[in-house]
Ligand binder design. Structure first.
Ligand SMILES: Cc1ncc(C[n+]2csc(CCOP(=O)(O)OP(=O)(O)O)c2C)c(N)n1
Length: 574
């Protein structure tokens, strides 16, 4: 093998680990790696802000199930990336972030862009190290990748940086034999047969079984659908796993979420934390239901409420094992409750469809966001990737839009994800329809990535609900304080902005404009280019998140109704 530098060794190792694409923003401290990635045939998607690079890698990982990779320069490149890293940390998404540091002889001497990045990143990553010697390169990359993918632990971001002089250093011949190119496989964990037997018996004997899925179910969609059928369980997905069970599966009861949580006698979480979106598993909301928890990550078995039992193992395998046992033993508990939940769900879902279709313009005459979503909804492909971002519009979109994959700001509440997520998803899942719906406020954080979408031909549709405000915050101020301060924006012309960067864009102001504009924009996307719709919407229509009080952060629970239930429970009231 001819001589190579360390940067090339890094690129070779990444390539051997299946990395095909890196989202990156250039800088001197990473230039040898940048050129080596390109020389190694890895696609570089050059972006306009480091936060976006990580968000794109996050979306690419979420839609592909593989590692996402971002590369950012030293100092401000890393600090800019931190919001994206924090988001992947909380959402438990496997992202590897690479950076550079000043040359080793200049360490701690006041060099340009010198910071101890790993000190900043340790609390936000599964692994954060500076690699200081060429012999450490392949093993540090493998350790970081394993940590990011969550081998035996929680998935999430991993971080490595390399001094620039090390990146330029020639690799000793003994290290270029190709040993580092050998593959690695994911270790798998499975619960004991006795624990599976016990869990299956509990499921068979329960009569109001509620299954709630999260991130950890995404790689087990088929096994989950079979398990739901075998257990005759009611099913709720959450933002992390929305769309993985086909919409015609008879276990769906999304519209009965509150009632199902209150009435279930057995709650099974699958790869899901009991976080604020699930009332922390509180007895005030779930009553005295028994909990059974399944995950390949210990952290999802123990947060807030232990499972009895908790099954630690590969989720697909655990579900298949349970399905097989239920098939043999049959169900002993009644399943009448499921029929009631399903009937309630269907009538509420129909009512929601009617509400969307007949949504009237706001009092100001502007577009009702629900009508905008109704028009998008009927144009979504069954396997589309739906991205939702914002305050009120996120709350509407989460309910109204259905695709096979759904991405949103996640448990960090990290608004500003729409355009970078759309680019990352479009690049990682060619051929699938990508539609991102965002508030105008949220769009602004990362709006420059429309330039990245155009330059890299990322075929995604971005739809802005432009209500000239941070509307959900306006409502909080109006209702809690009686006045509005610093929460209004302008009805800026985002379509003109998109056109300035070469993106085809439409501004729509009436209900009648929406359908034709969507048809034209989606035709552009089908042709392989991005498109944008700037829909001027009314801020007057209250979303369920604003009505439930999510925006004003109650003391005990995320939602006002749960907060009241928690207080009553603590006070000993029924
Ligand atoms: C990075 C970040 N900054 C601020 C917030 C607080 N926040 C949550 S929703 C929201 C308003 C979003 O406004 P917009 O995107 O225009 O959607 P709308 O509510 O108008 O539909 C804000 C400011 C947040 N969650 N994340």
């Amino acid at each position: 093998m001819s001589q190579i530098n360390t940067a090339r060794l890094i690129a070779q190792t990444l390539r051997a680990r299946g990395v095909e694409r890196v989202f990156a923003l250039c800088g001197g401290h990473i230039m040898p790696m940048w050129m080596a990635l390109d020389a190694e045939g890895i696609d570089i998607i050059d972006v306009r802000d480091e936060r976006s690079a990580v968000l794109m890698a996050h979306a690419a990982a979420a839609v592909s199930g593989k590692l996402g990779v971002a590369m950012v320069t030293a100092g401000p490149g890393v600090t800019n990336a931190m919001t994206g890293i924090a988001n992947a940390h909380v959402s438990r998404i496997p992202v590897l972030v690479l950076s550079g540091v000043p040359p080793r002889p200049q360490e701690n001497r006041g060099a340009l862009q010198d910071m101890v990045h790993v000190d900043l990143l340790r609390p936000l990553t599964r692994y954060a190290r500076t690699v200081r010697h060429v012999t450490a390169v392949p093993r540090e990359l493998d350790a970081a990748i394993a940590a990011a993918l969550g081998h035996g632990a929680e998935a999430g971001p991993a971080y490595l940086d390399f001094p620039i002089d090390l990146q330029r250093e020639i690799v000793p011949a003994v290290l270029t034999t190709g040993d580092h190119l050998r593959g690695v496989s994911r270790p798998r964990v499975q619960p004991l047969a006795a624990d599976l037997d016990a869990a299956a018996a509990i499921i068979a004997g329960a009569s109001r079984v509620l299954v709630i899925s999260g991130r950890g179910a995404n790689a087990a969609a088929g096994e989950l659908a079979e398990f739901l059928t075998a257990a005759q369980a009611a099913y709720l997905d959450t933002g992390e796993s929305k769309g993985i069970v086909p919409p015609d599966h008879p276990s769906h009861i999304a519209a009965m979420r509150g009632a199902a949580m209150a009435q279930a006698d057995l709650v099974i979480t699958i790869g899901r934390k009991l976080d604020f979106q699930l009332a922390y598993g509180s007895a005030a909301v779930f009553g005295d239901a028994r909990f059974l928890r399944i995950s390949d990550q210990a952290a999802e078995l123990s947060d807030n409420r232990l499972g009895d039992p908790g099954l630690l193992g590969d989720v697909a395998t655990v579900l298949s094992e349970l399905t097989a046992r239920l098939g043999k033993t049959g169900l002993t508990g009644s399943r009448d409750w499921l029929a009631q939940m399903v009937a309630g769900h269907h009538s509420r879902a129909q009512a929601m469809q009617d509400r969307l279709d007949n949504a009237a313009p706001g009092q100001d005459g502007r577009i009702n966001p629900n009508r905008l979503l109704a028009e998008i909804r009927r144009r979504l492909d069954p396997d589309s990737i739906v991205i939702a971002d914002g305050g009120d519009i996120l709350s509407f979109a989460r309910v109204a839009l259905e695709g096979r994959t759904y991405l949103d700001p996640g448990p960090l509440g990290c608004i500003g994800i729409a355009t970078p997520f759309a680019v990352g998803a479009a690049k990682a899942a060619p051929g699938r329809q990508v539609v991102a719906v965002t508030g105008d406020g949220s769009f602004g954080f990362t709006a420059m990535e429309i330039d990245t979408a155009v330059r890299h031909n990322a075929p995604a549709l971005i739809v802005i609900s432009n209500n000239g405000s941070w509307a959900i915050e306006v409502r909080d101020q109006t209702e809690s304080f009686g006045r509005v301060v610093g929460t209004r924006l302008q009805y800026a012309d985002h379509a003109a902005m998109a056109r300035a960067f070469g993106m085809q864009a439409w501004r729509v102001t009436t209900h009648d404009d929406i359908g034709p504009a969507l048809d034209q924009a989606l035709a552009v996307v089908r042709g392989g280019a991005p498109a944008l719709i700037d829909a001027v919407t009314s801020p007057d229509i209250a979303s369920s998140d604003s009505k439930s009080g999510l925006a004003w952060v109650p003391d005990h629970q995320a939602l006002q109704a749960w907060d009241h239930a928690e207080r009553d429970w603590l006070d000993g009231r029924d």
